[in-house]
Design a binder for this molecule. Structure first.
Ligand code: CAA
Length: 259
């Protein structure tokens, strides 16, 4: 276990666990927390033994948003000069290895946004999602107005961003924001189990899947299909394709070598 105080990392087999640890502030995201998450992603991306990551908080809060005390006195010039949000918050988006957000309790504002920046969300039945920035006189600043409509459609995204209300785990699953809802006491186990399944596959191929699914949100269907087709062709240059198909034909478990 490695603790940088507000962000704790652990290795579970081939899975890197990143835990936000500011319980006294509902895991509000200040620079130390976001820098800590970025550093953990750097470390796990560089580690050939790690095939998937899980980002989580505690039972009360995944993260209740950007730290309001930290930014309340910002003026425009300061926010612009430090490139607030962009500098370190974007690291999740650029991660090439898959990241699962395991969300219990509040995922509000920036908390909901970093969950959405992960590749999928597993929610405890206690989870509550929302973009309450409007109550503070600001708009979401870490992707809320862009990723939420892509996940749940315009109507519900407008509802959440304009009223600032929260939605519970059941509504979030119905709306397509979360991949799975599980009892709160099983959240981490379920997320680690799924991450371990992913980490057991060929790492370059999981990266190609992630890149291809993400392409669906960046391109027309024709361009997206072309991208997928070319990447699919490229998998025939991956040694693990030979191993995966040979193992199927020989009725044995494949041994992937990540090449
Ligand atoms: N920033 C700083 N501190 C926060 C915080 C935040 N986002 N959220 C909670 N805290 C702190 C509280 O100030 C409180 O600290 P003290 O004990 O020192 O007073 C502590 O965490 C516990 O919070 P509450 O007493 O409020 O707990 P509660 O159970 O009554 O309510 C809550 C929980 C509904 C999450 C409530 O704390 C809340 O509404 N928090 C703010 C949520 C929010 O507005 N998030 C958006 C932030 S802006 C943003 O994220 C911009 C962006 O897009 C990047």
């Amino acid at each position: 276990m490695n603790a940088t105080n507000v962000v704790i990392t652990e290795v579970h087999g081939k899975v890197g666990l990143i835990r936000i640890n500011r319980p006294e502030a509902m895991n509000a995201l200040n620079n130390d927390v976001v820098d800590g998450i970025s550093a953990a992603i750097d470390r796990f991306e560089a580690d050939d033994n790690i095939g998937c990551m899980v980002l989580t908080g505690n039972e009360k809060a995944f993260a209740a948003g950007a730290d309001i005390g930290f930014m309340k006195d910002f003026d425009y010039m300061h926010a612009y000069k430090i490139d607030f949000i962009t500098r370190n918050w974007e690291r999740l988006r650029t991660s090439r290895k898959p990241v699962i957000a395991a969300v219990a309790g509040f995922a509000l504002g920036g908390g909901c946004e970093i969950a959405m920046a992960c590749d999928m969300i597993f929610a405890a039945d206690s989870a509550k999602f929302g973009q309450p920035e409007i109550k503070l006189g600001i708009i979401p600043g870490a992707g809320g107005t862009q990723r939420l409509p892509r996940a749940v459609g315009k109507a519900k995204a407008m509802d959440l961003c304009l009223t600032g209300r929260m939605m519970d785990a059941a509504e979030a699953e119905r709306a397509g924001l979360v991949a799975r809802v599980v009892p709160a006491d099983q959240l981490l186990d379920e997320a680690l189990k799924a991450a371990s399944v992913i980490a057991g596959y060929s790492m370059p191929v999981t990266m190609m899947v992630k890149e291809s699914v993400n392409r669906a949100f960046e391109s027309s269907l024709t361009e997206g299909l072309l991208f997928e087709r070319r990447v699919f062709h490229a998998t025939f240059a991956v040694e693990d394709q030979k191993e995966g198909m040979a193992a199927f034909v020989e009725k044995r478990k494949p041994t992937f070598k990540n090449r």
